[in-house]
Design a protein around this ligand. Structure first.
Ligand code: SPV
Ligand code: MG
Length: 297
């Protein structure tokens, strides 16, 4: 099944679905192997892995390069966090074309201003004019060639300290503009904003949430509230960060890798994740006999 169709089914499945963050080809493959049916191409994690801030410091083509590696490495759909769409409706149109060419199933755009800031930094971030943002959604939907490509519209009203009423109004407007799903974001330590939004959301349009600050809320609450999809947005990047810091400091202090070795993945595991076996087989099929010895096949 096409990745776009897989993602559309995921959004509309009667079960609560889960996406896990990835930020590279390797981490994307790890998400797929763990059993997830989809990947969140996190702007925060991709930026962090590139060593820059989540403020559009990585250009959109640099993000595209990363997501292309992720897409090539996996068979499950990717929802790319495309921030504000990297410009106006015209930039969004070009982005949709490029994502479709790279077999990225869906994109999420948020109603903030370019250059954006991460939602957990600062207070009262400026929001986009809702009508202008709705125009971006319409432009994206009019541009896609594959009818199953999905556009998720992200409402940042709660992040900017706006009311439930405004969040709902924006969500309705974006839905009418053609959004396939609405992502409602919140940075409260509890799920109150999300659950009250869900109580008032009476449209058959899937709702996606990102329980990072309210991760203590039992998942069953989201299921009960009728949420479509949960995004675990940054947990591979943050877990790998801790593991790398530990390893780096230990190796530095001990001037040796002996103690670290047992905690590191064996090289065979790295080769397996890279699918080195496929290359060995291809070499046997395509290289002349006399070259096989030199490549070790
Ligand atoms: C991301 O993962 O980049 C997100 C989610 O947009 S958040 O960091 O919560 O804004
Ligand atoms: Mg982001």
């Amino acid at each position: 099944m096409k990745k776009t169709t897989q993602f559309k089914h995921l959004l509309h499945s009667p079960r609560l679905e889960f996406l896990l963050e990835a930020h590279s080809g390797l981490s994307a493959r790890i998400v797929e192997e763990a059993g997830f049916s989809g990947i969140w191409g996190s702007g925060l994690s991709i930026s962090a892995a590139l060593g820059v801030r989540d403020s559009n410091e990585a250009s959109w083509t640099q993000v595209l390069e990363v997501v292309e590696f992720m897409s090539d490495a996996t068979g499950i759909p990717i929802l790319l966090d495309a921030d504000t769409g990297y410009g106006n409706f015209n930039n969004v149109r070009r982005l949709v074309r490029k994502l479709e060419q790279r077999d990225v199933a869906a994109m999420c755009i948020e109603d903030k201003l370019f250059p954006k800031s991460n939602s957990f930094i600062g207070e009262r971030q400026p929001l986009a004019d809702p009508d202008e943002f709705a125009g971006k959604i319409k432009a994206a939907k009019d541009t896609q060639r594959d009818s199953d490509f999905c556009v998720v519209a992200r409402v940042e009203g709660f992040i900017a300290g706006r009311s439930l009423q405004e969040a709902l109004q924006r969500a309705h407007l974006y839905r009418e503009a053609g959004a396939d799903a609405i992502l409602v974001h919140s940075k409260r330590p509890d799920a109150d904003e999300i659950l009250s939004f869900m109580q008032h959301w009476d449209v058959p349009c899937p709702i996606v949430i990102v329980p990072t600050t309210y991760s203590g809320t039992p998942t069953a609450c989201f299921r009960q509230a009728g949420v479509s999809t949960v995004i675990w947005a940054n947990h591979l990047m943050r877990s790998s960060l801790v593991a790398m810091q530990r390893a780096a400091s230990r190796i530095y202090q001990e001037e040796s890798v002996v103690q670290t070795e047992p905690h590191a993945a064996p090289l065979e595991e790295v080769f397996r994740l890279q699918d080195a076996a496929e290359l060995r087989a291809a070499e046997k099929a395509y290289l002349p006999e006399k070259r096989l010895e030199t490549v070790g096949a």
